[in-house]
Design a protein around this ligand. Structure first.
Ligand SMILES: [Zn+2]
Length: 281
C-alpha cells in the first residue's frame, strides 16, 4: 500500500519558532499550481494536510481542494509540538478545525503534526478529545525536529485513555540499519529518482510519502533560511531548501506514475485494524 500526502503550506510558514513572524510575499501558487496539475494528470488522489494560516489566506483554493480531495489538519500555526504546551496545542487545533469546517463544510478527522513532531500521549489525547480519528505523525526515528515514538513505521492503533487512534507513521528511509529521514520533502528533492523509486519499492507493504508545494517552486528564494529560522542560517540549510527544485516536478510525475498511490481515507478502509498492533504510549 502506497499513501501519498501533501503538507499544504506556504514556503515561509515552515517556521519552527512561533515568535518569528516574517512577512514575505506568498509563493504558494508557484508550487501548488504545478502540483495540482501533476496529481490531476496522474489521476492520483492525495490527502492534503492543510495548515490553518495558509487556509485563512487562501480560502477559495482550499474549498476547491476539499471538493476534490481528502483533507486533514496540519495545525493552524506551524508549531513544533516540542516547543509548545498541551494547552497551546489544543487552542491551535481547535482554531484550525473550526476554520476548515467554515471553509469546506467538512468535520476533519485526520491530522499530521508540523515536522512530524508529535511526541507524547498528552498531545494524542488532545487529538482524540477533538474528534481526530487518524494520525499521520509519529516517527520511528529520532530526527531534526522530533523524537522516536514508535518502534516501527507500520500502521498501528494507539490506545489513549481507552480511546483508539489509527496511526499511519511517515515512512522512514535509509540503507540497512542506517535510517536518516522520511519518504518525501527535502529527501525527495535531494535523492536521485532511482533511489526514491528503490526506497518506495522496498516498502510495498506500507509506504507513506509526502511533499510540499514549495518542493516544486523552482524560484524559491535563496535567502529562505535567512527569512525563516535563526537556527537554520547555515550554508547546508540553504542548500537543503534549494536542492533539486529544478527537477522535482519531473521526478514527481514519474513517482506518481510508477506507483499506485492512494489517499489516507482509502488506506483506512484497506486495513484490517483489528489485526494491527496496539501500541500503548
Ligand atoms: Zn509542514
Amino acid at each position: 500500500m502506497y499513501i501519498f500526502t501533501i503538507d499544504f503550506e506556504d514556503w515561509f510558514e515552515r517556521k519552527q519558532n512561533a515568535e518569528l513572524k516574517p512577512l514575505p510575499l506568498s509563493r504558494l501558487k508557484f508550487g501548488s499550481d504545478e502540483m495540482l496539475a501533476i496529481v490531476e494528470k496522474a489521476g492520483v488522489k492525495p490527502t492534503f494536510f492543510i495548515l490553518g494560516c495558509t487556509a485563512e489566506r487562501n480560502p477559495s483554493l482550499i474549498a476547491e481542494i476539499a471538493d476534490k480531495y481528502d483533507i486533514g489538519i496540519h495545525g493552524y500555526e506551524h508549531y513544533n509540538c516540542n516547543d509548545i504546551s498541551v494547552e497551546v496545542f489544543e487552542k491551535d487545533l481547535r482554531k484550525v478545525k473550526r476554520l476548515l469546517k467554515d471553509i469546506t463544510g467538512k468535520d476533519v478527522n485526520k491530522y499530521r503534526s508540523p515536522s512530524f513532531s508529535l511526541a507524547n500521549r498528552s498531545f494524542l489525547k488532545v487529538l482524540v478529545d477533538n474528534g481526530i480519528e487518524v494520525d499521520c505523525s509519529l516517527a520511528s526515528i529520532n530526527h531534526q525536529y522530533g523524537s522516536k515514538v514508535l518502534s516501527s513505521n507500520s500502521p498501528c492503533r494507539i490506545l489513549v485513555d481507552g480511546a483508539e487512534i489509527k496511526e499511519f507513521p511517515p515512512t522512514t528511509i535509509g540503507f540497512g540499519n542506517f535510517k536518516f529521514g522520511f519518504l518525501g520533502g527535502g529527501y525527495f528533492r535531494m535523492l536521485p529518482y532511482s533511489i526514491t523509486r528503490k526506497l518506495t519499492s522496498q516498502n510495498k507493504e506500507y509506504a507513506s510519502a509526502y511533499i510540499h508545494p514549495c518542493d516544486l517552486d523552482k524560484k524559491l528564494p535563496w535567502d529562505y533560511a535567512e527569512t525563516i529560522q535563526l537556527e537554520e542560517r547555515t550554508f547546508f540549510a540553504k542548500l537543503k531548501a534549494q536542492v533539486g527544485l529544478k527537477t522535482s516536478a519531473r521526478k514527481l510525475e514519474r513517482w506518481l506514475s510508477d506507483f499506485d498511490f492512494v489517499d489516507v481515507e482509502t488506506a483506512v478502509k484497506m486495513i484490517d485494524w483489528e489485526n494491527t498492533p496496539l501500541e500503548k504510549m
